[in-house]
Write a protein that binds this ligand. Structure first.
Ligand code: GDP
Ligand code: MG
Length: 242
């Protein structure tokens, strides 16, 4: 190869190299853009903005829901499906979800919404709580022991305080702590017979002590309320902090 043709070859290669960068740069840009879109989409999908109203049947969830969303009592809402409504507070928009309390439905609806929830309002009928304590404690345990709910704020709403026979928050708290202790023993012995890895549940509280609410990862607050008398100030204060 003489000097002239060597020069020519080098120049041709140099031109090709320069031309090759454009599609590569374009491809990188497209990939980055796609990743950005995926990131935004995923973030939007997993942003927690729901407040779940959970609790047994007849505790007052749907009446609360209609007060919160409509500002009035309306008895036309269903209790077979969830009711969903939006509430605007000082920090933005909250989605309030009233999930049915029927034993056969509540688990399914709780699982459906738990990953999007920002806080839980667990509604209790303060009149019948003593009679229903096993069922109340059992459902509350399921919620508090779920990994998806770890570290979230939880309000235990002692509803129907307008009734003469309503129990106060301190009494309800200590009844629940005693009963959750029992539920915990039952669940632990059940768990030993199945594969613990397959469950979403964690052991609730400290195994070396009787259960009390200070042992859980969530910030649990007891709040008094009467949905029928529209005495919901403390609940509204809580919702405003979210
Ligand atoms: N006395 C009294 N009754 C209430 C209160 N909240 C709800 N109720 C009544 O309890 C019943 C069940 O209420 P509902 O909202 O349907 O309960 P849900 O099954 O938890 O949705 C209805 O008759 C309500 O009017 C309350 O604060 N005080
Ligand atoms: Mg209801």
């Amino acid at each position: 190869m003489d000097k002239a043709s060597r020069k020519f070859t080098t120049r041709t290669l140099g031109d090709q190299e320069q031309l090759d960068y454009t599609p590569i740069l374009l491809a990188i840009l497209v990939i980055l853009f796609t990743l950005l879109l995926l990131f935004i989409w995923k973030k939007k999908r997993t942003t927690r903005s729901d407040v779940l109203l959970a609790g047994l049947c007849d505790s007052g969830k749907t009446l609360l829901f209609s007060h919160l969303i409509l500002g009035e009592a309306k008895e036309t809402f269903t209790s077979i499906k969830e009711n969903v409504g939006y509430l605007t507070n000082s920090n933005g928009e909250l989605r309030i979800v009233d999930i049915p309390g029927h034993e056969r439905l509540r688990g399914k609806f709780f699982d459906q919404y738990k990953n999007l929830s920002k806080a839980i309002v667990f509604v209790i009928d303060s009149v019948t709580v003593q009679k229903d304590i096993r069922d109340v404690a059992d459902f509350l345990y399921t919620i508090l022991a779920d990994k998806a709910i770890a570290n979230l704020p939880v309000v235990i709403l002692c509803n129907k305080q307008d009734e003469d026979l309503a129990k106060g928050d301190a009494v309800i708290k200590s009844m629940l702590e005693k009963e959750i202790n029992v539920v915990r023993q039952t669940r632990t012995s059940q768990l030993q017979s199945v594969d613990p890895q397959s469950s979403d549940a964690v052991f609730l509280g400290r195994s070396d002590k009787d259960f009390d609410f200070s042992q859980v990862s969530q910030n649990v607050k007891f709040v008094l309320c009467s949905a029928s008398d529209n005495q919901m100030d403390d609940l509204n204060v809580f919702l405003d902090t979210l």
